[in-house]
Ligand binder design. Structure first.
Ligand SMILES: Nc1ncnc2c1ncn2[C@@H]1O[C@H](COP(=O)(O)OP(=O)(O)O)[C@@H](O)[C@H]1O
Ligand SMILES: [Mg+2]
Length: 242
């Protein structure tokens, strides 16, 4: 039993070490994320003091303070979600998905996006998960698809398998860096293409999605194929089989 305990301690130690490394990475990215707007604010303030303001400096300062607020707000939200316990219940995944999709109706219509759901005849697919957290996952994936689709199309699919329900969401993309795509799960990471277009946010959305899915032990992933980006999640079915 001493061996067993030492094994467990060792595992716990490894786990802590890994978390520590992750935290250090997040801290250094966060510092960078905050330093950039701060140094811009400083530079524009000095510019005003030196009489260089062409009438746009104050707007730049306001915009940069908004950026800082957004990073902090998103980070607080992230850390709250990380602290919350996972509370699993049984619920209908299709129903939850549709209620999330409806909330994005206006954006979908204004951007003239064609949303296709295959297997739409499927209803009442019960899963065993934390409903509130899965709602966060769906909202993030849907809003990303809307924000980043390059072909005005979003394809959604549910597949009803023996043990699990496989969910997929796809949209058109010009991103080609297939080998780097795994990085989009990291906090603050945004693809250069979307950063250039100023479409991206703080880059915490998918980090939240990943954290929720890992804590559920749900397999998930992203891939790029034929100018389409595809995200998938394998949801565990209700183990009690109602
Ligand atoms: N559906 C998608 N299509 C194309 N690119 C995407 C999609 N989802 C995410 N990305 C890329 O991954 C990055 C990280 O996404 P996310 O963590 O949600 O951050 P944010 O949306 O705040 O930028 C985005 O900035 C974008 O470059
Ligand atoms: Mg996002």
């Amino acid at each position: 039993s001493i061996n067993l305990m030492s094994d467990k301690l060792n595992k716990a130690h490894q786990d802590l070490k890994r978390k520590n490394v992750n935290l250090k990475i997040v801290m250094s990215d966060l510092t960078h994320e905050l330093k950039t707007p701060l140094s811009l604010i400083k530079a524009y303030c000095v510019g005003i003091k030196d009489g260089l303001d062409d009438g746009t400096y104050i707007d730049t300062i306001i915009k940069q303070t908004d950026n800082i607020s957004k990073v902090i707000e998103d980070l607080l939200n992230f850390s709250k979600i990380e602290r919350d316990e996972i509370e699993k219940t049984t619920f209908d995944l299709i129903d939850l998905f549709h209620s999330c999709l409806v909330k994005h109706k206006i954006e979908i219509e204004t951007k003239e996006i064609d949303v296709r759901i295959s297997n739409s005849h499927l209803h009442q697919l019960f899963v065993w998960a934390d409903k509130e957290k899965i709602e966060i996952v769906f909202n993030n994936l849907i809003s990303n698809a809307i924000k980043y689709t390059e072909d005005h199309k979003i394809e959604i699919e549910f597949e009803d398998l023996e043990q699990e329900i496989v969910f997929q969401i796809k949209n058109g993309t010009n991103v080609q860096q297939t080998e780097k795509i795994e990085k989009i799960w990291e906090p603050f990471y945004v693809l250069e293409a979307s950063r250039n277009k100023k479409a991206s946010g703080t880059g915490l959305g998918l980090a939240i999605v990943k954290s929720i899915l890992i804590r559920h032990h749900f397999k998930h992933g992203v891939s790029i194929f034929n100018n389409q980006i595809q995200f998938y999640i394998c949801f565990q079915k209700n183990p009690f089989n109602h």
